[in-house]
Design a protein around this ligand. Structure first.
Ligand SMILES: [Zn+2]
Length: 442
């Protein structure tokens, strides 16, 4: 990689991100160049060589687009507005908030089959409109799913609707933090999105129970993707690599995709991060965030009643602790609403006192480890909201906190060399991020 080229790219990208209103400085530059300069920042971006090409493409689009917006020839001024869809919105109320005052446009949306996705309003997603001063519509954009965009544009006197499949460009960003009160407190401080914090909790959940194991002073470093489409920020992508130092013990995870497209997280030595069963069936969420007794979730003695009770607020998502098939989802005596899952190796797990089931959870459906199957409640014989969790091996109850669990499959031998090479580079990056941010304080 040519140094000058790198430098130019980094300037352009920084500029375009500032222009697009990005809250943080995200700088694409080789990590070795960046560290001495940006050591004090808590989060900054790195573009690996493989991603530079994609980044260039979106960057050029952005730069060309900017002059066009401000130098509109003629007298027609253009107004840009963006609105987030709210619960209870209709297309009419949404257009009103977007300052679209255009009967022809509304009729077009109502009658044009290619535009009908606009009527699938999903709360939280946003719609953008460009109008003139009187509210006549020039164009409308609605990102109705993570993969597809509806675009309506005025072309002379008529409107045209088109669907676009998105192929977002991933920009690699890194962040680091220290736990002071909770995981989310630390990720908020570092400007790391919740979706990435949740992935971290999930990736490390086979070794760290984020409900009870977090300690003040725990640290993490993470390299993750942010997805952009035509220069516009879309959403967070995947965690690419991360390290988590919990109670002075270091855990690492590196994403590896094999030739068939299977993805998994592995330790630096190539051991599968995943275990056959999660330590805790409760999703780690903002609701249950925290440590030091405030939210200690276990108040049990499993021998008293063949299961473990986890105290948690009503509505906390309940995870399948391993891949399996739903054996039962319904009401069962004192268990109230209950889910039973059959796993390989003669293991079944049971989740009781649930307030509700996740959609699609019914007898015979397949679930993956970490998938939300239900929500904590207090149905059946329960004095307050909690999760009753049972683990049976060949029909006999086991203490799920103590039973010996087999490890998940290791990385297949044919991928080992490729993985180790990749993990060595990423491990070095993680170390540099950590040292740049923490080293000076020690
Ligand atoms: Zn119980």
């Amino acid at each position: 990689m040519n140094f000058t080229k790198l430098k130019i790219l980094s300037q352009n990208i920084t500029e375009s991100l500032w222009n697009s209103g990005g809250k943080r400085t995200i700088i694409a530059i080789g990590v070795l160049l960046a560290l001495p300069v940006f050591g004090v920042l808590t989060a900054f971006g790195v573009a690996s060589d493989t991603q530079l090409e994609k980044i260039v493409r979106h960057d050029v689009t952005q730069i060309l687009a900017l002059p066009a917006l401000s130098n509109n020839d003629g007298d027609d001024e253009r107004y840009y507005s963006s609105e987030r869809i709210q619960r209870g919105d209709t297309v009419a109320t949404l257009l009103q908030r977007l300052n679209v005052n255009d009967t022809a446009a509304f009729n077009f949306l109502r009658t044009e089959p290619a535009a009908r996705n606009i009527f699938q309003l999903r709360p939280g997603r946003s719609v953008q409109a460009v109008t003139d001063a009187d509210g006549e519509l020039y164009s409308l954009r609605y990102l109705y799913s993570n993969e597809a965009l509806l675009e309506v544009t005025r072309q002379s006197d008529a409107f045209v609707a088109s669907q676009k499949n998105l192929s977002p460009a991933a920009q690699t960003v890194q962040g680091t933090g220290t736990i002071k009160s909770s995981l989310y407190g630390a990720t908020d401080d570092a400007g790391i999105p919740d979706a990435i914090a949740n992935q971290l909790a999930r990736i490390f959940s086979t070794d760290i129970d984020f409900h009870i194991d977090l300690r003040r002073g725990d640290r993490f470093s993470v390299i993750y993707e942010m997805l952009y489409q035509d220069g516009e920020y879309l959403r967070p992508g995947r965690v690419l690599s991360a390290e988590f130092i919990n109670n002075a013990k270091k855990f690492e995870a590196f994403l590896f995709t094999d030739a068939e497209g299977n993805e998994g997280y592995y330790s630096a030595a190539g051991q599968n991060r995943a275990k056959s069963f999660l330590r805790s069936p409760l999703a780690f969420s903002r609701i249950s965030s925290g440590f030091g007794g405030r939210m200690h979730p276990i108040f049990r003695n499993w021998r008293a009643h063949t299961g473990v009770d986890f105290a948690a607020p009503k509505g906390t998502p309940v995870w399948a602790t391993a891949d399996g098939i739903i054996e039962y989802a319904g009401v069962k005596g004192g268990y109230g609403n209950v889910v039973e899952i059959r796993h390989s190796g003669g293991v079944t797990t049971l989740y009781g006192h649930l307030s509700a089931f996740a959609s699609g959870v019914r007898k015979g459906s397949r679930v993956n480890q970490g998938q939300t199957v239900a929500y904590v409640g207090a149905t059946g014989f329960a004095t307050g909201p909690h999760l009753h969790y049972e683990f049976k091996l060949a029909g006999a109850h086991q203490d799920p906190m103590r039973v010996a669990l087999p490890k998940a499959d290791p990385l297949p031998a044919q991928y080992r060399a490729a993985f180790l090479g990749q993990a060595a580079i990423q491990g070095e990056q993680l170390m540099l991020i950590r040292d740049a941010n923490f080293g000076r304080f020690e």
